[in-house]
Design a protein around this ligand. Structure first.
Ligand code: EPU
Length: 348
């Protein structure tokens, strides 16, 4: 069945489809409800030499200009269990499902693995692209495989975790932008996996509510993560944002030693590539936390998050990001890397 031309829209404002709440027009727009229609729309765009943007929840996207091509909104839905046993199960989820609902669905079924990643905005299909991570866990730890359409080979593929080249906020899908369209993700979940509660915020939370680690379930960890996120991170529906705007930079040990001599409070974590620094702490030290101009600002409780306060554009947000980058570079000699996908000419 050929997709209907009626599904295709022109000049669609993406404002309600990105969590930064930025207005930008898509020249062409289609919502993908059937997986089999994907190759058709990709060829349609290719024939017209139009760029394609796959849109999930729009929670990791900065639209700094209108999009001159075809936006395909990922509307694929469905979850199913495979290889279910008393100890473990595979959960197969379509790319358009909401991430947090999927976490809670798995936790409610009693299978662990995703609980530390509760309340992250966005869709399941976007999760492997930036290898989402929070509170000591990363998606790559529990993902079994990713189903994609490979636009280069023109074929459907199932990519195993080992081939996904997962790193800190990095993956094969990010390294080869535009090549793979993620249509589904399979998670390897377990009833036996030890809970991951080493992250400082989680330790503090459980100490405060006087819960013994041995008494905790995956659902307790999910509830704790939800409470911590509510406390620190702004709700995108009230204060439009894209989560962390910068990656935590990884510097050499020598650079770290020099910095920590000058900045005794420097927050850092060991990393295979050297030392990972807390970008939020550095931005905070530069005095940006709670900063606000007419349109945009920096969150008052987490300096790594930029906020669109009042009809800011993607360009307003990028201008603020550039000013922060320059300040942090001047103070710490570290260039912060922007984390979300930037669409527009400023995306250097
Ligand atoms: N800090 C400050 N001031 C700030 C912000 C942070 O001093 O304004 C300090 C904190 O006190 C803490 C350290 O910096 O000692 C790190 O802060 P936090 O634990 O909040 O984590 P983060 O490094 O700022 C990362 C992820 C978040 C994730 C949290 C929790 C990145 C880029 N960000 O933030 O992910 O929720 O850890 O695991 O790695 C996202 O990617 O959108 C995101 C929100």
């Amino acid at each position: 069945m050929t997709p209907s031309a009626k599904q295709l829209k022109t000049q669609v404002d993406l404002r309600s489809m990105n969590t930064l709440g930025v207005s930008a027009m898509a020249a062409w727009f289609v919502r993908l409800a059937r997986k089999d229609d994907l190759p058709y729309w990709l060829s349609w765009a290719r024939e017209k030499s139009l760029p394609v943007l796959i849109l999930g929840g729009g929670s990791n996207l900065v639209l700094a200009q209108d999009f001159p091509g075809l936006v395909i909104q990922m509307g694929l839905k469905g979850r199913c269990w495979e290889s279910v046993s008393q100890e473990s199960a595979i959960l197969d989820v379509a790319a358009g499902e909401n991430w947090h609902d999927t976490v809670m669905y798995s936790v409610d079924a009693g299978y662990g693995g995703l609980e530390n990643l509760a309340l992250i905005p966005g869709t399941v299909g976007a999760a492997p692209i930036q290898n989402i991570g929070a509170y000591g866990a990363e998606l790559g730890d529990v993902l079994a495989s990713v189903d994609v359409f490979d636009t280069q080979l023109g074929e459907w593929r199932r990519i195993a975790r080992q081939e996904c080249r997962f790193g800190y906020r990095d993956s094969l899908f990010k390294q080869e932008p535009g090549r793979y369209v993620v249509t589904g993700v399979r998670f390897g979940l377990s009833r036996q996996r030890p809970l991951n509660i080493a992250y400082r915020d989680l330790q503090q939370y459980f100490a405060q509510v006087q819960r013994e680690p041995s008494s905790l379930s995956g659902a307790d960890v999910a509830r704790a993560v939800i409470a911590i996120r509510h406390d620190k991170l702004p709700d995108p529906t009230r204060l439009p944002n894209v989560g962390s705007f910068f990656k935590n930079p990884i510097v050499s040990r020598a650079h770290y030693e020099k910095l920590s001599a000058s900045f005794p409070g420097l927050v850092s974590y060991p990393d295979p590539g050297g030392v990972k620094l807390a970008a939020g702490w550095m931005i905070d030290q530069c005095g940006w936390k709670g900063y606000r101009n007419t349109h945009v600002g920096v969150h008052a409780r987490q300096a790594l998050v930029l906020i669109n306060h009042a009809n800011g554009t993607g360009k307003d947000i990028l201008d603020l990001a550039r000013a922060i980058q320059a300040d942090v570079e001047k103070t710490f000699g570290v260039m912060l890397e922007i984390e979300p996908l930037v669409i527009g000419e400023d995306a250097a």
